[in-house]
Each structure stands twice: as C-alpha cells, then as structure tokens.
Design a protein around this ligand. Structure first.
Ligand code: PMV
Length: 336
C-alpha cells in the first residue's frame, strides 16, 4: 500500500460535519478542474443538518465502495467520491476505500448535503489515510468535492475567499465567528424532498456561460462580502437579513437569465417568500434565502420562531419545517 503507514492501513475513522447555508452566495466557478469559486461567500453552519461518514482504506479492495443512507451507490455518485479520494493520495496506487455516509436530512435537494457530505468525507478520509491536516488544509481538500463544503469545516460564520494565492490552500475557507457568537435561528421550509434536476455545478457553468449579468455579479461581490462582514461584526440583524435576501435574489435572477433559464423554485417556494414578506410588513424581522433547490431558509431571532412557524404552518405544500441554531465545526467522532 502506498501513501499511508502500514499500521494505519485498516483504520476506520468516523467524522461528522454540519451543513451550512450561504448568506452571501457563491455561484460560478473560476476553475472547474480545481473547483475554485468565481466569487467569495459567507455562510452560517447549522446544528440540525448533519452528515456522518466512516472511511476505511484497504489493500484488499480493487475498487472503492460507497454507501449513502444505507444504499449502495455506483456510477457518477461513486465516481465523485473516488476522484475526491484521489486528491488525498500521493503515489501511483491508492488502496480501495469503503465509505459509508448518512445524512439526517434530504440529499441533493438544495439543503446543502454536498457541503456537510464532503466536509465529513475530507475529515474522515484524511485521518483514515494517516494524514494530519490543519483546518485550512481540510477546507481546501473539502472544496475539491464541493465549493460550499470548504465552509462546513468551520462552525458558526465562515468565509470562503476567492483569490488564488497559488498555494496548495488557495480556495480554502476561514472562520469568522464560532457557533457561540450570536444566538440566531434559521428556519428551513422543505417544499420538496425530490433531487433537483440541474446540479449546482451544471447550473453555475450554464449561468457563467450564458447569463448577461454574470460579469457584474462577480464585480459586485466584494462589496456584499464587506458589508456582510461589518453587519455580522456589529450583530446588526436587519442588515444581515437584508444583505442575505439581496444576495439570494441576485443569484436567482442571474440563474433565471441563463439560457435555457434555471428556475429552482416551485409554487410553495413562492408562497413562502410572500409569507416572509407579509411577516416583515407586520414588523417581524425575518429574512429569506434559497439555494439551488426549492427550499426556503429564513433567518429570524429566537423570540420570533413561534410566530414565524405559525405563519408558515398555514401554507399547503411545506413538507417539513426545521429550526436550526448556529452549528459546530466538523470533527472526528471515533477511530477504530
Ligand atoms: O458547492 P456547491 O456545488 O454545493 O454549490 C453551492 C451553491 C449554493 O448553495 C447555491 C450557494 C452557496 O454558496 O452555498
């Protein structure tokens, strides 16, 4: 076996990582090969949505195996895991891996399962391969699987920068504030648990290649990031909410202007958007964001959760409502 010491050969490592939701969105890639984002982003890691992943390498395996939520995965899903594991390995031959992963929420439906999934895989696979990586190195590694995963290495508020420093860790996220910094809530209205039709990678590439406003999206991001950093530093809830909503609608407006257009929303998504705006008219500070899927995520203060829930419960089509607090960083749970 190459790339790991003999005594680590069959070590099995289980890690846990939490999903994160971007408040300032990443959409578009500067390099598809290196999976480098075209814009920076700022996110909140969530306590309630998590992935637990166990990895073990073995010389006895001639190919990798991947099990997701108890089901064996082949084809593109397995290929994505195998290519990711290749980044970890130095040398010509890599031992086969057994990867078992479980999400406690719907997979591939715009709920950031790739963020928690690849962060948990980065932490467990690096350790199972006998590598001791810093958080920054783990974040850069997680990014190869999914750009948003780089942020899930950290708890609380994290920022993914987009400048390419040319170093191995370029394209890594960093922590802004940990999960104990600010007691806010993010409510998630699940309006469909179906897998999305267009993946975020395909959607981003289509947008970058065809949407007429892509250049200004990239140019304006630095200002949004700087405003969001200040708003979080000042714990200015309304400002954080307003910037979050602005970034969401800018991203989706851009995606809708792609050819053919990208529309990730369903009719319940739109009803939920209006419910949030109605609540704001009544003086409740609640703000929304939406990723590459139809789920609506709403930022509110702990004291307003009850009234927001009551308003959302009247909407037909919301399958599930989840309430999340800021979540902790990715970590190793056990080593056998
Ligand atoms: O990193 P990916 O491929 O999961 O794409 C993430 C895209 C968005 O969720 C829409 C935005 C973001 O920054 O998380």
């Amino acid at each position: 076996m190459k790339g790991a010491t003999t005594d680590k050969m069959h070590t099995s490592v289980t890690a846990e990582a939490h999903a994160n939701i971007a408040l300032i969105k990443y959409w578009g890639k500067r390099s598809t090969d290196l999976n480098l984002p075209a814009v920076g982003s700022i996110s909140l890691t969530l306590d309630d949505l998590k992935t637990e992943t166990t990895v073990s390498f073995s010389d006895d395996l001639d190919s990798d195996r991947f099990e997701l939520n108890g089901q064996q995965v082949d084809g593109d899903g397995l290929e994505r895991i195998s290519s990711f594991l290749d980044y970890l390995h130095e040398g010509p031959e890599r031992p086969g891996a057994i990867v078992k992963s479980n999400n406690n929420f719907p997979t591939g439906a715009g709920l950031a399962s790739s963020a928690s999934g690849f962060a948990a895989l980065a932490v467990s696979a690096a350790s199972a391969a006998g590598k001791e990586l810093s958080k920054k190195e783990l974040s850069a590694l997680a990014r190869y699987g999914s750009g948003s995963a780089a942020r899930s290495i950290y708890g609380g508020f994290a920022e993914m920068e987009c400048q390419d420093t040319g170093s191995a860790n370029s394209g890594a996220a960093k922590s802004l504030y940990d999960h104990n910094y600010w007691d806010i809530r993010l409510l998630i209205a699940v309006t469909s648990s179906q897998k999305k039709d267009v993946s975020s990678t395909e959607g981003m590439n289509r947008t970058a290649n065809t949407a007429p406003y892509f250049k200004s999206w990239v140019q304006e991001q630095a200002q949004d990031l700087s405003d969001m950093r200040s708003a979080i530093a000042e714990k200015d809830f309304e400002k954080v909410g307003e910037l979050t909503e602005h970034s969401c609608f800018k991203m989706h407006g851009l995606a809708m202007a792609a050819r053919p257009p990208l529309l990730y929303w369903n009719d319940t998504t739109i009803k939920t958007i209006h419910a949030v705006w109605d609540l704001r008219k009544q003086g409740i500070p609640v703000y929304l964001t939406i990723d590459a899927g139809p789920q609506v995520k709403m930022l509110c203060k702990p004291a307003d959760v009850k009234v927001v829930r009551q308003a959302l419960e009247t909407i037909n089509g919301i399958e599930q409502l989840r309430c999340c607090k800021p979540g902790p960083p990715a970590k190793i749970k056990s080593t056998n």
